[in-house]
Every structure is written in structure tokens, then in C-alpha cells.
Design a protein around this ligand. Sequence first.
Ligand SMILES: Cc1cc2nc3c(=O)[nH]c(=O)nc-3n(C[C@H](O)[C@H](O)[C@H](O)COP(=O)(O)OP(=O)(O)OC[C@H]3O[C@@H](n4cnc5c(N)ncnc54)[C@H](O)[C@@H]3O)c2cc1C
Ligand code: SF4
Length: 864
Amino acid sequence: MAAPPQHLIVVGGGMVAQRLVEAMRDRDTAGAWRVTVLAEEPRAPYDRVALTSYFSGRDPEDLSMGSPALWDDPLVTLVRGTPVVELDRAARTVRTADGRTWAYDQLVLATGSSAARPPIEGSDLPGVFVYRTIDDVAALRGWVEEQAARWNRPVRGAVLGGGLLGLEAAGALQALGTAATVLQRGTHLMSAQVDLGGGEALRRLINALGVAVRVNTSTVRMRANRRGHIGRLDFADGGRLGVDVVVVATGVTPRDELARSAGLAIGARGGVVVDDTCRTDDPHVWAAGEVACLGGECIGLVAPGYAMAEVVVDRLLGGAAVFPGADTATKLKLSGVDVASFGDAFATTPGALELVHSDPVAGVYTKLVLSDDARTLLGGVLVGDASAYSELRPMVGRALTGDPSAYLLPAGTTGRVESSGGDLPDDATVCSCNNVTAGTVRAAVTEHECLDVAGVKACTRAGTSCGSCVPLVKKLVVAELTKAGVSVSNALCEHFAVSRAQLFDIVRVTGLRTFSEIIATRGAVVGGRGCDICKPVVASILASLDDGHVLEGERATLQDTNDHVMANLQKDGSYSVVPRIPGGEVTPDGLLAIGQVAKDFALYTKITGGQRIDMFGARLEQLPEIWRRLVDAGFESGQAYGKSLRTVKSCVGSTWCRFGVQDAVGLAVELELRYRGLRSPHKIKLGVSGCARECAEARGKDVGIVATDRGWNLYVGGNGGFTPRHAVLLAEDLDTATLIRTIDRYLMYYIRTADRLQRTAPWMEEVEGGIDGVRAVVLDDTLGIAADLDAAMARHVDVYEDEWAATLADPEKLRRFASFVNAPTTPDPSLAYVPERGQVRPATAAERADTSVLVAGTTLAVRS
Ligand SMILES: Cc1cc2nc3c(=O)[nH]c(=O)nc-3n(C[C@H](O)[C@H](O)[C@H](O)COP(=O)(O)OP(=O)(O)OC[C@H]3O[C@@H](n4cnc5c(N)ncnc54)[C@H](O)[C@@H]3O)c2cc1C
Ligand code: SF4
């Protein structure tokens, strides 16, 4: 009989704990270990590195990592909100705050760090925050909102500490509308990563964002205002600063208290001392992540923590792994401020040479550190233009090809060295957060058939943490596919050598309006006739551009199956019919009309997730008659078959709901009527919720709108389905007119630039600048195309017509709705049904054989 699994307890439910459990479940195929994670925080491990994005999303769920299924594994137990308060090494047990005692065979301390609170008088006043957990940032946001409502002036914020974290926090304060000041005790910002020259350039960039910076400033006291809240900071030089909120970001302290009281060795500056296998001086206790003191230091970055987690798992499974050393390269995640530092950034290697390019006018300071023969890259600092970071970082310790100064030229300049990725050695680390090498990325393409960046990310984890390596991953994927002879030009298909976005522009600018003209003049092959890829794409582009009928002339031949008959083909060969029900609002008479149609044609009815009614089991030749009845009753096509707007789902909103703050249904109806029939690269769904309770699940939609007291918050890029995504915040508190204009532009920008069959979420991963780039285009018109996008949407709204109403009025179009072209009134005999729960469903093969159970289904007589 197999031995029962040993018990591994992990103390702390942070990022490193998550990686450790994932690695154990991946590698422990024999089930030798069961793992219990005892976590102090009330939630599953989340992406602390992306903590600041909480401000653009607000939803803690957005920060979740990995597959939630990990925590359902029978060999994994996650105990939340349960801090460990005592470690008894002799008994091999831990005690949790709720009084329970847990026995272990092996224990991993993954308790991370806490934000340091400097011993400054007043640092415990209300209004002084740290920046480490979701609860911290949620409390900070709440406080700032409260202050904003209280004062008749901008909220005054200060951040103590001008390091990576302090600058991120200052960006967040500023985004919350505060007048933020960064206070740095040392000579320059990010002094642990960049030199004085870089720090100066960085200060100018931070100032340009509207954030003030005071260097050489030591805070000695925090003073309360009359309410007892933080009101003023006093500095060592006698200066003062009035403040309403303070974020302390002056460093972290390892959470080594359990280890200390259990008598384990502690580093001189804190942290649990471990050897290069991550084991403490107790053979049953390990430490990994920020709490581990390895080689005399604790490392405040996630990548070394992940590497430690892998080492511990390897050792527990009998391996011989040792910690490979830490890559301390960093890139600031502050929108609009490009800063990176990697390798020997301070040129401490004997004989190291520094190659500096400084352009204060352009706001750029870049430096490469090279070996004494100026060939091998040792490190670098990039401020103002860190576009070379993802390519240069993996090259540390390797010879650069060509003139090193060419790497420092501004992006896009002639002569700038840009690697294609193909020249990177296999063992070069591309993603340091997840320790993924160029070779692993290549293998994902060649051996695991990942043919795009999304596939490689899912397969290797490269680019899934801080994301700074994604441009390089993309280059590697393209280089590998090109090498394998796979066409990775953006070409749509063999008939068009351009991408969908380029073809869209060609059609828009040239005014070509038929597929024959387009392929004849712009096709890649002479005499090409098109294929199943390019024909529907061209059909969709033409529909997006001039809203001509999908079955008009030659266009009818371009459509894919569902568009071809304006209904959704089902597994038994019948079709389903979905009338539009804007915003999910339907009158009793409308319901009766739909019910009568369904009854008369014996259609199975089902309420869809998009708040409308789907009728199944219609035969091809019945579609016109069904639609005639629906159109007469005031319905129109719901385009459930099209790559176009599907539905605008809404909650009941302020009209009926006690909590609602805006009329969600009214807006949903307005939006659905505005965007109905809008053809796009993929289906589009919208949602509107009448308050932050979000009953319409709007953030699971391509465009999600959530009402606020002051207007509407607009979220974009969400979807359900195979890879669910939460939409991210594009803009807050918009009035209705601005909201609609912004959605117009967002949708049109997507329609013009997305790839074939690309939904908004993956499009936003690839579109230039991501969410910030989209925001710049649709809100600030940085590309100067806003008027054009507005005009395109206005045109769509003007020329919209219901496809089914137009079809019913055109005998030529109606001719295609016959089961057998030679016998238009003969029903398709292959359709067979059985009764179920008061309706009908397609018969199974066995039921078809037993004709006694079959019912007539849709052959019932039709009432006139
Ligand atoms: C805003 C921000 C931005 C960051 N950006 C980056 C970045 O860009 N790149 C980068 O590499 N790193 C970044 N970091 C650092 C990175 O988040 C940490 O290195 C990483 O989270 C460390 O993981 P960990 O599991 O060791 O510790 P943590 O993630 O801190 O997790 C430790 C967990 O243990 C829990 N715990 C502590 N004591 C106990 C106990 N006695 N019982 C039970 N549970 C306990 C804690 O509550 C915590 O949940 C950033 C951090 C912050 C806050
Ligand atoms: S989202 Fe708000 S307004 Fe809408 S139904 Fe839910 S609670 Fe009511």
C-alpha cells in the first residue's frame, strides 16, 4: 500500500507560497505531499506586484493569479485569515491565532515582509498609510475620497520615500486627484537603482507628471490637525508641508518574528537565515521569498522568491537544486515614466566603462556599463526611454554585437540596434520574474505549438508577472515561426499580404466596395478567389464601413454559415432565432408575441445569458415566416449570428432598485439601439450596472459601465468564455454624453485595428500602449483620429437598418431560405425531436431509431 502523503505546511499566503504550491502540484505526480497554506490575509494569494492596478480596477479579483483550481486540489488546503502565532520546532507543530495546532513533516516560512514604519512621531495618525496589501490600498483610496469630499480644494498628499514603491504610490495618489509630493531623504530618486544623473532625469519626468519632488529632505515629525488626523509634516531643515494623506514607502521589514521566537538563526538586518538550498538551521524548516536571508541579504523582488520556491520543492522531492542567484533588474511601473536598471548599474566591476547618453531636452538619460574592453555588457540605467530594456537585460554578461552606443539611440532612430530576438542565446533569461529562458520560449513555439504570444505566456508563464519582457517574447515567437517557415507576417491569409487592420484602412481609404474589386486590385495572388478567412473578413469590413446588407449581391457569398442565413446553425441542422430585446427590457405584449411564435412553430425556448429569448429548432424555410411574425410584433434581428454587437445587459437600475444611483436600463437601451448591427472583428457585448454592486456583471463585458453618484465608470476589455477577463477602468465619473462618445471611439478604434477574430481583451494586450495607449487615443486624441472615429460611428447610427426586415421586403434575398432548392416547401426529414420538460429537444441516435418516441417538432401547423 502506498505511504500516506507527508504534510508540508507553508506559513504565509503570498506570491511565493502560490508559486511553491503550483510547483509542488506540477511536480509531485506521485502525491507524496499534501500542502496546507496558513495565510494571514483574508484572501487567496494575489499579485502584489500589480497592486497599484487596484486603483484602475478596484476589484481585488483582478489581482488573482494562476488557476483558481489549484486551491480545489484534494492535496492542497488554503486556510485564509488565520495567522500562525507560534512555531514549536521540537513538536513540529505550529499554532494559529484561532487556537488550532497543526503538525507538519516539513515547514516553509513564506511570510514575506511588512512595510516599514519609520520611528517618526505621529506616524500612527489617521491618514498615514503603508502600501503593501490590498487592504492598505483600499483604505488609502477610501481616505482620499473622504478627504476630497470634505475639502474645498485638492487633497494634499505626500509620499515618504522616493524609491520604486514610493514613486508607484505617488503615481497612485496623483491618479486619485491629490496634489502629491515625494519626499526623498537621499540625494536623488530611486537611489538603489539609478545613479545621480539618472535620478536627476527621473526627477524631471516625475515633475512633468505634476508630482512635486523634494530630495535631501528628512521628515522628523508628523503633526495632527484639529480633527486629530494627519495635517502637517515637519522636516529636519525646519521646512514644513501641509498634508491630508501620507503614504510611507521607506522600505520593508522581513516578517521573521516566528523564526526569531523559535530560535532560528536571523540575519544581521533581519530575515530567516537559509543556505543555498533555502533550508534553515533546522532540517525540517525552510524559508523562501522576501523573508529568507540568503548570502546575508533579503531580496525585495518576486523573481528570486519564485526561484527559491522551486528550489524548496525540488529538494522536498529529492532533487539537488540550489538557488541560482538573484537577478535584481527592475523596471518602474509608472505610466509615463520609463525607468529601468539592470546588472551592474553602478559600475562597481573593476575596470568597468560607462557609456552615457544624456539629453535633458528630450528627458532621456541612458547608460550602459561595459567590461574594460567595451565588449561585454555588465549593466545599465535607462531613464526616459527604456525601450531597449527587454533586449539588453538578457544580454548581461554577454558580448554586444556592433557599436554599443547604437543601443542607446532613441527608439525608432536610424542606426539603433534592435534585436530580432533570433540572436539571443537559448540560456539567456528573457523573463526574470518567472525565470524563463529564450530557449524555453522557443521550445514553446516549436515543440508545444504555441503560435502566438498569448499561447507562449500560458505555456511558459513568461511575461505574466511584471510584463516588461513581453516585447521580447513577441520577437522570439515571430523569429521562431519565421525560421520554421510558418507565415508570421501579419498577412490575413494567402490571398492578402496585409493584416486585417491594414486591409481595413485600404478599403476605407480607397472606397473599394466589393470583394471582387478588392481582391483584384489588392490581392496577393493574381486571379485569387479568396478563402474562408478573407471572405468573411472583407464582408465584415464592408459591413463596418457602410452597413450595406449582408446578403446584398456578391456580399451574400462572403458570409460564414450563420451570417449566410442570419440565424445560428444548431447541432441537429436546425436554426435558432433571437430577436433583439434592447437592455433586456420587454413588454408583456412582446413576451406574448414571442411565446405565440414559439408555440406555433414548436420551438424550444430558453432565456440567454444576454437577457433575451432564444428559440431553437427552426427549419431553414421557416425562418422568413417566423421573422415576419416577429417583425410585425415590433422585433428586429438580434444579430446573435454575427460578429457584431450582441447585447447590452443591464440590471434594473435606479428606476426600481433601492441601491441604484443611475438609470441603467435607460442607458442600456440607448446603447443597444446605437450599436445594434455594428459589425466588428468579433462579437461585442456590453453591460450596464446601476451601482457598484454590479448585478449586471458589466465588467465581464467588452464594454462595462457601472453607475456612480457622479455619472458612469467605463471599463473595457472584459469577456467571459474560455479565458475570462475582467474589464479594466478606462475613465471615471463620465457624464452620459462623454460616456457615449468615449464608447463610440473605443469601439471604432477596436474595429479598425484589431486582428481577425480578436476580441477586445487580447486586442488590448497587443495594441500600442495597452490601456494607457487606448486611453490616450480615445480621450486625448493623441493620434488625431477622434473626429474620424466619431464620424464613422455617426454614420453607422444613421444608416442602420434591420437585416431581417430588409430581407423580408426583398424576394431575391428570400429565395435562399429553402431546405431543398428544388423543392422549396419540403421540410428537411433529418430533423427529429422528443419531448422534454414540456418542450422538445433533438432526438439522440437511439431515439431516432425508435420512431415511437419522436414528435412532430416544427412540422406543427402554423396559425395564420
Ligand atoms: C506595490 C508593490 C509593487 C511591487 N512591485 C514589484 C515589482 O515590480 N517587481 C518585483 O519583483 N517585486 C515587486 N514588489 C515586491 C513583491 O511583491 C514581493 O517581492 C513579493 O510579493 C514577495 O512575495 P512573498 O510571498 O515572499 O511575500 P508576500 O507577498 O509579502 O506574502 C507574504 C504573506 O505572508 C503573510 N504572513 C506573514 N506572516 C504570517 C503569519 N505569521 N501567518 C500567516 N501568514 C503570514 C502575509 O500576510 C502575506 O500575505 C512589489 C511590492 C509592492 C507592495
Ligand atoms: S447593480 Fe445596483 S442598481 Fe443594479 S440591481 Fe444591483 S444593486 Fe440595484
